[in-house]
Design a binder for this molecule. Sequence first.
Ligand SMILES: NC(=O)c1ccc[n+]([C@@H]2O[C@H](COP(=O)([O-])OP(=O)(O)OC[C@H]3O[C@@H](n4cnc5c(N)ncnc54)[C@H](OP(=O)(O)O)[C@@H]3O)[C@@H](O)[C@H]2O)c1
Length: 314
Amino acid sequence: MKAVVQRRYGSAVLGDLDVPVPGPGEVLLEVRAAGVDMGTWHLLTGKPYLLRFMGFGFRRPKSPVPGMDVSGVVKEIGPGVTEFAPGDEVFGTCAGSFAEYSVAKVSHLARKPAGLSFAEAAAVPVSGGTAVQGLREVQAGQRVAVLGAGGGVGSYGVQIAKALGAHVTGVCSTRKVELVRSLGADEVVDYTVADFTGTYDLILDCGGNRSLSRLRKALTPRGTAVLVGSETGGSLTGGVERAVRAVVVNPFVPQKFVMLMSNARGDVFDELRVLIEAGKVKPAVDREFPLSEALDAVEHLYSRRARGKVVVTI
Ligand SMILES: NC(=O)c1ccc[n+]([C@@H]2O[C@H](COP(=O)([O-])OP(=O)(O)OC[C@H]3O[C@@H](n4cnc5c(N)ncnc54)[C@H](OP(=O)(O)O)[C@@H]3O)[C@@H](O)[C@H]2O)c1
């Protein structure tokens, strides 16, 4: 099969690999589309270096094929699989979606939402799943700010917070203002003109690496800041210091900092499917790239030009 093959950090090429064989609890997918997320950029480059100590592979990436987000058709089922059958259309995550075929754990898949193309479905799992988990405690009528609202996680964050009945402020740069408005944000703040003001019950922080004190100032006395991530933390640690500071500060302040470590699986993707089929969430796909240009797709996302999500179609 054709696949993007990555034998070491910082270098990947389109090559040929054997079609993988599904083990117990796994299925073989004919990949139709692969979503691109910032985690894929991190695993392609091996940066921040800290991730090499976190089980993703010290000298080289553990998985020879990049890409996590996947949508496709079940081709074969492994031993013991009863949840899916050949021909089922699914979406979810796997280790290596930048390929014609990939093996995925059944627990990491859900049925593809009706009415979505494969490209749209592949744009959902990692970013949408992260947003669902980050907004778990939101209640109707609360005020929510989404920082990085024009990006992958943020574009779902705005829509999901709206679906939960919150009043949503999206914070983004100028070229993403229209997108964020179209996603349903009640207010859109272009941070290049003036940073966001006001107080919020919850801040979903997906970009900008603002200081903890800046976040606290924008929270109600019992508000919560969910730290998703940002790309301005440097190539050594990726800004994990802010999260460590948050752990230290947490017991001494009335507000709460939550360090999100997304662990979205099939059950979360099913929640997203329900929201999508109800018309409450729609993936914002900025651009599709063919498999032969998968690395350009990752670069497009990293350059911050993408409004919403980037997808590789196979
Ligand atoms: N904790 C977890 O489990 C988890 C899961 C998924 C992702 N992440 C991390 O979370 C971060 C966001 O992921 P993503 O997929 O949404 O990335 P993304 O698609 O690149 O979106 C990030 C957004 O932040 C915006 N941004 C940058 N500086 C900003 C600022 N000062 N104020 C407001 N927005 C700003 C960016 O563009 P503009 O500046 O043009 O608006 C971009 O739209 C990444 O660092 C990723 O690695 C963490």
